[in-house]
Design a protein around this ligand. Structure first.
Ligand SMILES: Nc1ncnc2c1ncn2[C@@H]1O[C@H](COP(=O)(O)OP(=O)(O)OP(=O)(O)O)[C@@H](O)[C@H]1O
Ligand SMILES: [Mg+2]
Length: 358
């Protein structure tokens, strides 16, 4: 029997301080021995968004305790761990540095392998924690900072098919929640409010819906929500209907753009068999899941979602990406530094800013 690899993962890229111990199993997935996530929601709530300095301070205060808790719960000693993985980007440098430095220190002290993980690769591979998925697959990554269609060819091999040219989808949810005074964090509160409104009440724009392939755009939609929100005047019913209309418009955009991405994937890979993995914080949205399941039945592909606990930021997905990279000998030296920007497909064109041609 081959030895099963066990990793400690550490995540501090934004407003979650997280540590996890996982071990490979015979099914080609992972046994989650511990998965501790300390969210800073209460700290950032009054500001309606993440305040970098506050986030970094909270990471510093919590990280030792969270790592100890993850080790205790896993019943695995540091000696038994085969390697340490910590998120090194993209994200807020002041936050990333906390988890990265402690990860590097533990690895150096114990003389164990260290992996600097791209947070987006963590999301991209996260469904593998529970489902064995063969490469290549199509990834729709929808999170607080990113919205992209990518071909996941293998660990460390990504081809971007489309991306947002302005806001990320999670950001659009968060800003909509703020404009409608629905509370923080925005995504879940918009989802909840949507259930009480009429999704067809407001007619909202679907930016670049008929052009630019599977690239996405949400800024015009956000501006339209702002315009309509000024007409609400405290009417709760209208407020819920605006949230519902926003979510319905998102669903229409994702339906059309995913259809295009599926066709692109089929052509590039020369296959009719498509597995669509939807990952990142916004993948927790049930209405978006149901909408894409409907599309999958209509045009014939398989949808795979991570369990809800692995959609938002967590360290199990970082440990899992660490194990996959370790197995390919993609290790990092102890002088590796945090990166605020770190695209999965380094060759993809930069799709933001003035002068962009669609
Ligand atoms: N049920 C939901 N519906 C819609 N959006 C949601 C839901 N739950 C969470 N979100 C959104 O997911 C985002 C957080 O996801 P995640 O933690 O992956 O983002 P991030 O780590 O900040 O960004 P990135 O992964 O791009 O670096 C937030 O914008 C949040 O509002
Ligand atoms: Mg994330």
């Amino acid at each position: 029997m081959t030895k099963k690899i066990t990793f400690l993962g550490i995540e501090t890229s934004c407003d979650e301080t997280a540590a996890s111990v996982i071990r490979e199993n015979d099914k080609g997935t992972a046994d989650i021995l511990s998965n501790i996530v300390s969210s800073q929601i209460s700290e950032h709530k009054k500001f309606g968004g993440v305040v970098p300095e506050l986030a970094a301070r909270a990471h510093l205060e919590n990280i030792d305790y969270i790592i100890k808790a993850a080790l205790n719960e896993s019943k695995v000693s540091l000696k038994e761990i085969d390697g340490i993985a910590a998120t090194a980007g993209p994200g807020l440098i002041v936050c990333l540095t906390v988890g990265l430095n402690i990860g590097k220190s533990i690895a150096a002290f114990l003389n164990k392998p260290f992996v600097a993980v791209n947070h987006l690769e963590g999301h991209a591979l996260s469904p593998g924690l529970e489902n064995y998925i063969k490469f290549p697959y199509l990834l729709l990554l929808i999170s607080g900072g990113h919205s992209q269609f990518l071909i996941v060819k293998d660990v460390n091999q990504y081809e971007q098919l489309g991306t947002t040219i302005d806001d990320a989808l999670g950001e659009a949810f968060d800003k909509t929640a703020k404009m409608l005074d629905l509370g923080y964090p925005g995504g879940p509160s918009v989802e909840k409010a949507s259930k009480m409104g009429d999704k067809n009440f407001f007619k909202l724009p679907e930016p670049i819906i008929n052009k630019a392939g599977c690239n996405l755009s949400f800024a015009g939609l956000k501006t339209a929500v702002l315009r309509e929100s000024k007409k609400i005047n405290g009417n709760e019913k209208l407020k819920f209907s605006l949230a519902a209309s926003f979510q319905n418009t998102i669903n229409k955009i994702l339906y059309k753009k995913t259809k295009i991405a599926i066709e692109m994937f089929k052509k590039k890979i020369n296959t009719s068999n498509v597995n669509l993995v939807v990952a990142g914080g916004v993948a927790a949205n049930i209405s978006i899941r149901d909408n894409l399941k409907k599309l999958s039945k209509e045009i014939g592909f398989t949808t795979i979602y991570p369990n809800l606990e692995f959609c938002g930021d967590n360290a199990a997905m970082i440990a899992w990406a660490g194990i996959q990279r370790f197995k390919k000998n993609l290790l990092n030296k102890i002088d590796v530094e945090a990166k605020s920007r770190w695209p999965l497909d380094e060759n993809a064109p930069y799709m933001k800013g003035p002068g962009l041609k669609l």
